[in-house]
Ligand binder design. Structure first.
Ligand code: HEM
Ligand SMILES: CC(C)=CCC/C(C)=C/CC/C(C)=C/COP(=O)(O)OP(=O)(O)O
Length: 311
């Protein structure tokens, strides 16, 4: 179990709507929801707009609920890290019990209603994703191994597959390819953040790569994973989810991402300190654009296919 003796402020006022909303990690989940949306719309089976809207809503609620359960379990380490100290539990706005009840209720609600609105493969995949993020990543791997996010990252890669399953009732090669793209993208995305957040995870005793293997090793890992990601992303252009638009986006963004990773690899800590980790911050921002643009291109390709436009 998580250590419950963290130094949270005492609860003074009743929690507001905004405090519960913050438990859903809304900014992070925006990209999760977008990838699920692309999975749903790129699928060959047409979906009634109302059912599609409900599916995305329930996936968003399920993703948010997993964030709330993550904050429930991690409230001890969130209280120690500067980046997370103002979250509702360490800030004393919501109790751990309230967060747990809220997260669990929304998790059950979202999976059941996604199942009812679409099909039980989609509902089951959502349940598995929440389980993976909360139990496998948060409760088990995060505090155990520096490979935590390499394996745990699978949780964040499921949403396009859930969207696709909601539309088709199936898991197919195309949806597995979308899973693979997000899966390979997660480590560079996260390790860049670890570099410029400096000592946060160190202070909290979480075995992130920066803490266990050091910052130069993390720089090497970012480059290695980015090379693998680039190969995968470009190769995807030649599969059923790709096409001319996707390939153009992938070539440009992977060239930029590789350059960013190489710049990170070449720097030492003195250089990074001198410009306050500008290169690492830029790479993290680029990672968000990277995934958004790749999934945007997959969506365009699917739209062109559906309207029979060949480029
Ligand atoms: C296990 C995998 C992942 C880990 C450990 C991770 C970690 C993080 C962390 C710690 C942040 C800073 C969050 C904050 O305090 O605001 C962040 C930001 C972000 N992450 Fe991830 N992430 C993962 C996967 C993903 C996935 C799969 C997506 C989307 C598909 C995603 C999208 C984002 C976005 C959009 C932000 C920026 C939020 C903002 O605007 O501040 N992440 N990530
Ligand atoms: C549909 C569904 C259930 C989606 C879940 C998607 C998912 C797993 C996203 C991961 C996002 C994320 C911010 C992880 C942070 O991990 P952390 O807990 O290590 O970060 P922290 O230090 O900011 O708490």
């Amino acid at each position: 179990m998580s250590d419950t003796s963290f130094d949270a402020k005492p609860i003074e006022n009743e929690a507001q709507f905004g405090d519960f909303f913050a438990l859903l990690k809304p900014r992070v989940m925006s990209l999760v929801v977008f990838t699920a949306f692309v999975g749903l719309l790129a699928a060959p089976t047409p979906v009634h707009p109302f059912i599609g809207f409900c599916a995305i809503l329930f996936i968003a609620i399920g993703g948010g609920a997993s964030g709330a359960l993550n904050m429930w379990y991690d409230s001890d380490i969130d209280a120690v890290m500067r980046r997370t100290q103002s979250r509702p539990i360490p800030a004393g706005k919501i109790s751990r019990e309230e967060a747990f009840g809220f997260g669990l209720t929304l998790s059950v609600f979202s999976c059941v209603f996604l199942g009812l609105a679409t099909n039980w493969l989609a509902g089951g995949l959502l349940a598995f994703t929440i389980f993976f993020y909360v139990v496998i990543y948060t409760m088990w791997l995060k505090r155990l191994t520096p490979q935590n996010i390499v394996i745990g990252g699978a949780a964040g890669a499921f949403p396009p597959m859930i969207g696709w399953a909601a539309a088709t009732g199936e898991i197919t090669t195309a949806s597995v390819l979308m899973f693979c793209l997000t899966f390979m993208w997660t480590p560079p995305h996260f390790w860049a953040l670890c570099l410029f957040m400096r000592s946060d995870y160190d202070d909290a005793g979480v075995p992130m790569l920066t803490v266990t293997h050091g910052r130069p090793a993390t720089r090497r890992h970012i480059l290695g994973y980015t090379v693998l990601l680039a190969i995968l992303a470009i190769a995807l252009g030649f599969t059923q989810v790709g096409g001319t638009v996707y390939l153009t986006v992938a070539v440009v963004l992977n060239a930029l991402f590789l350059k960013g990773a190489f710049d990170i690899y070449r720097r030492d800590e003195d250089m990074a300190e001198a410009d306050n980790f500008a290169v690492e911050r830029k790479f993290f921002k680029l990672s968000l654009l990277y995934l958004f643009a790749h999934f945007g291109a997959i969506l365009i390709e699917a739209g062109l296919d559906k309207f029979g436009v060949a480029l």
